[in-house]
Design a binder for this molecule. Structure first.
Ligand SMILES: *[C@@H]1O[C@H](CO)[C@@H](O)[C@H](O)[C@H]1NC(C)=O
Ligand SMILES: *[C@@H]1O[C@H](CO)[C@@H](O)[C@H](O)[C@H]1NC(C)=O
Ligand SMILES: *[C@@H]1O[C@H](CO)[C@@H](O)[C@H](O)[C@H]1NC(C)=O
Ligand SMILES: *[C@@H]1O[C@H](CO)[C@@H](O)[C@H](O)[C@H]1NC(C)=O
Length: 512
């Protein structure tokens, strides 16, 4: 084996510049950001954009009951609300709720059907009143409640469930949904030939029954897993989805994967900006359709996460890398003019942002993906000025960047930079970094650089992750635990700023 000295000579490296551990460098990246918002900046971002969804079979675990509210969850949710200055919006539904039945005389929250497995999606739950009490536990949350629709002939029970939900939701109802992922009904709980016109007709039958019982409500409809015509948003609206002008949003769902992904594919599947761009390009069509034909109805991604296959794969879906994926997904959704993203939560699913209760031998915990919520909430902020976002279009798989404009006309105020190169701290080696040379074209003098960081992308212990130096834990009841500051300050001269971001790290640059 040649000596290190010989190697250096052979590769022509200069001895004087070598540090004992050679840090891998990456080509410098450059971007120019106009000082005022360009024409292709996003629409104004709703402060409620970073939203949540609870699967029906986990809802009561996240909220707790009237007798025992889950204050851990309450603090984690309030952390987001405090940063955006908006209510957190939570959608409660999914397949388990669609196939559930309200049991008025049942005094426990949930009775699972026989054969239900931990981490699975039960079909045939019975929900008692204690389940519905959870809606009253987070009084500052705005709720979207899904009425069950899978069993078409169970309409009176579905209406009774709405009544029970409204009792606890009170004025905090944002919308009702009728059914979940209706595009997947044909050949499952509806005949093979079930079509969009039949769906719209049955939807109106349910909506009529709800209106007769409780008066006019606002709806989120349709609720589709995918946007594949004939079960697509355009066709459903053309068939009369909004004929009564009571639809306030339309919903699609998205998961990056629907099957096992090995750890060796974390870089290519999740820490990959191009893959997010590819997978979400299909949303441009429904966003454009609604804008042109129903400009008051936004498209929401009302159930989103990394992988529907999410049992016992915390090493793939429950890591710091997963938080970085979620930040990039949420940021890119803003660029696409998605009105809101509800990040799906389900107890025992590896992608969850937190485990609200002890489950299957695992203690309650903040989980790594949680950190994406306060990060994105801080990007939006709680100011009064209108916020718009641009994609820096770096055309890189492993690096993404966004400009944040505030006010009208929008002024460049913040920049998000994500270094998505996977760094695994357990395999050792120096951590690579990438430097971004920014031309800001603005009069900014100072840059504050705040970090979302951890020892490596593989980290599963959320107390080792920090955002601006803060960490969140179950031991702190979901309140921020301040740690050593990771914030840097730099001066901007002549509109030029260079920012170095380590592999597997995100930063928020705030200009002043
Ligand atoms: C949210 O802000 C309020 C008002 O400043 C504060 O009392 C509360 O503790 C904050 N909540 C959390 C979870 O930090
Ligand atoms: C559907 O609902 C009807 C009416 O409540 C009930 O009789 C029937 O058993 C339900 N079907 C299933 C599969 O649960
Ligand atoms: C990122 O994903 C795209 C597919 O969307 C793929 O072509 C590319 O190879 C991936 N990049 C990496 C670094 O794995
Ligand atoms: C990190 O490396 C360890 C040790 O080789 C391995 O067990 C783990 O799966 C890796 N994680 C990721 C996300 O690469």
């Amino acid at each position: 084996m040649p000596s290190p000295l010989l190697l250096l000579l052979l590769t022509g490296a200069s001895l004087t510049c070598q540090s004992p551990v050679s840090i891998e460098t990456r080509p410098r990246l450059t971007a120019s950001l106009p000082a005022t918002a360009p024409k292709d900046a996003s629409d104004v971002i709703d402060h409620g954009y970073p939203a949540l969804a609870f699967s029906s079979h986990s809802f009561h675990e996240y909220t707790g009951s009237k007798a025992s509210p889950n204050t851990f969850s309450a603090n984690l949710i309030e952390t987001i609300a405090n940063r955006t200055g908006s209510s957190v919006h939570i959608r409660v539904g999914g397949t388990s709720g669609d196939f559930a039945h309200y049991q008025a005389d049942q005094n426990v929250a949930v009775k699972l059907p026989s054969g239900a497995k931990a981490g699975g999606i039960p079909r045939g739950m019975a929900l008692g009143s204690p389940w519905f009490e959870g809606f009253a536990n987070f009084p500052s949350v705005k709720w979207t409640y899904m009425a069950h629709f899978a069993n078409e002939s169970d309409i009176s029970n579905s209406v009774a469930g709405v009544q029970e939900a409204l009792k606890y939701i009170g004025p905090n109802l944002e919308a009702l949904e009728i059914g979940n992922e209706i595009d997947l009904y044909p050949n499952d709980n509806r005949p093979k030939g079930y079509n969009a016109a039949q769906y719209v007709e049955q939807w109106h039958e349910y909506e009529d029954a709800i209106t007769k019982a409780f008066g006019e409500k606002q709806y989120q409809a349709p609720v589709f897993a995918n946007n594949k015509c004939p079960f697509c948003i355009a066709n459903t609206f053309q068939k009369g989805q909004d004929s009564k002008k009571n639809v306030r949003s339309a919903a699609l769902h998205h998961y990056m994967d629907e099957g096992p992904v090995p750890v060796s594919d974390v870089q290519s599947h999740y820490l990959n900006h191009s893959r997010i761009v590819d997978q979400t390009s299909a949303f441009q069509l429904p966003v454009a359709f609604l804008k042109a034909n129903h400009p008051d109805i936004p498209l929401y991604l009302a159930e989103v996460n990394s992988n529907t296959y999410s049992t016992d794969n915390y090493d793939v879906l429950g890591t710091f890398g997963s938080a970085l994926w979620l930040v990039d997904f949420l940021m890119y959704g803003m660029v696409l003019n998605i009105g809101r993203v509800n990040v799906q939560q389900s107890t025992g699913f590896s992608y969850a942002s937190w485990r609200a209760v002890e489950y299957n031998g695992l203690a309650p915990a903040v989980l790594p993906p949680y950190y994406a919520h306060p990060f994105v909430a801080d990007v939006i902020g709680n100011g009064k000025d209108k916020v718009r976002v641009t994609d820096l279009r770096l055309s890189q798989d492993k690096f993404a960047g966004y400009g944040i404009y505030e006010g009208s006309p929008g002024q460049l105020k913040k920049i998000v930079l994500l270094n998505l190169e996977l760094y695994n701290s357990t395999t050792g080696g120096a951590r690579p970094s990438s430097t971004m040379d920014l031309d800001l074209g603005s009069a900014s003098k100072n840059a504050k650089i705040e970090k979302l960081t951890a020892p490596g992308a593989e980290v599963q212990d959320a107390s080792k992750i920090s955002w601006k130096g803060d960490s969140w834990t179950y031991q702190s009841h979901g309140r921020a635990v301040p740690g050593a500051s990771t914030t840097e300050h730099k001066s901007v001269s002549g509109g030029r700023l260079s920012v170095t971001v380590q592999a597997s790290e995100a930063v928020l640059v705030t200009l002043s």
